[in-house]
Design a protein around this ligand. Structure first.
Ligand SMILES: C[S@@+](CC[C@H](N)C(=O)[O-])C[C@H]1O[C@@H](n2cnc3c(N)ncnc32)[C@H](O)[C@@H]1O
Length: 253
């Protein structure tokens, strides 16, 4: 894992709304370590008094089950979901600009866009503030990124606003905060979106994140928005319009 896991000294208190389980007895130790690791992080409190999520540690990686949606299969970040998306009009690739070599994906989520940018050959730092989402993504990066290229896709679990000042300024900062709650989201499957919303809420502070990002990016900040919604900040300098989503670019150079 890219995130350091400390050895547990005693069984941690249950996390309440999140239960960490091993898929089989050979994964017990790994599950205990992950539980202790999550315990040490500032997880949201009081989200749901009854346990709602099950994070399963298996030989083939992590999977996350929302117990309140038993009909949904557990979420697992696999190679198929994270592979390069071939598309005639790659709006994300166009929106970051031809000169872009490095990107901070400051709202990494489950990493679909971060992996896409990585597959485009960019140096990517992905930042995700939800520890549960971040451990899922760290696990996917460990399994799916060849070690020879691991420097090109790094993950930080923190609030991006705190980290911007600690990273070398990237050419582009990419933001994809949670869309306002309305149907029509295409980039995330329904299951992922439901789990994300239950875990992280609505990202209501995204306007502030854009403001800080514009003072840091060397070339531009790109914001993904639903096609039907207005811009997150002021009128963007460039717009890349698709059927369901739009990428708004704010030039900084
Ligand atoms: C819609 S999801 C991003 C989906 C992602 N682009 C993908 O392709 O899977 C938004 C994510 O941004 C994260 N986020 C929002 N504001 C953040 C911040 N200030 N710092 C770090 N992560 C943030 C949320 O926790 C959530 O996981």
């Amino acid at each position: 894992m890219h995130q350091s896991l400390s050895k547990p000294e005693s069984r941690p208190a249950p996390l309440g709304w999140l239960e960490v389980v091993a898929a089989d007895s050979s994964m017990d130790q790994a599950a205990r370590e992950l539980e202790t690791h999550l315990q040490s992080l500032p997880l949201p409190q009081g989200r749901d008094r009854s346990c709602r999520f099950i994070l399963e540690v298996g030989r083939c990686g992590l999977s996350l089950q929302d117990q309140s949606q038993p009909q949904m299969r557990p979420l697992r970040l696999d190679a198929v979901g994270m592979r390069r998306r071939f598309s005639g009009r790659d709006l994300l690739a166009r929106s970051i600009g031809r000169r872009c070599r490095s990107v901070v994906d400051a709202t990494a989520g489950f990493g679909r866009d971060a992996f896409h940018l990585f597959h485009l050959g960019k140096r990517v730092i992905a930042i995700e503030r939800s520890p549960v989402v971040a451990v899922m993504l760290a696990d996917a990066i460990d399994r799916l990124v060849p070690s020879a290229r691991s420097d090109s896709l790094q993950l930080i679990c923190d609030d991006a606003r705190r980290r911007f000042t600690q990273c070398d300024p990237p050419d582009v900062i990419y933001l994809d905060p949670m869309f306002p709650d309305r149907q029509g989201r295409s980039a995330l499957a329904g299951k992922e979106l439901q789990i994300l919303r239950a875990l992280v809420g609505d990202d209501e502070d995204a306007g502030g994140l854009l403001h800080v990002a514009r003072s840091v990016a060397l070339q531009r900040v790109v914001v993904k928005r639903p096609a039907w919604a207005g811009p997150l900040g002021s009128v963007p300098d460039l717009e890349y319009r698709g059927r369901a989503v739009r990428y708004d670019a704010y030039l900084t150079a």
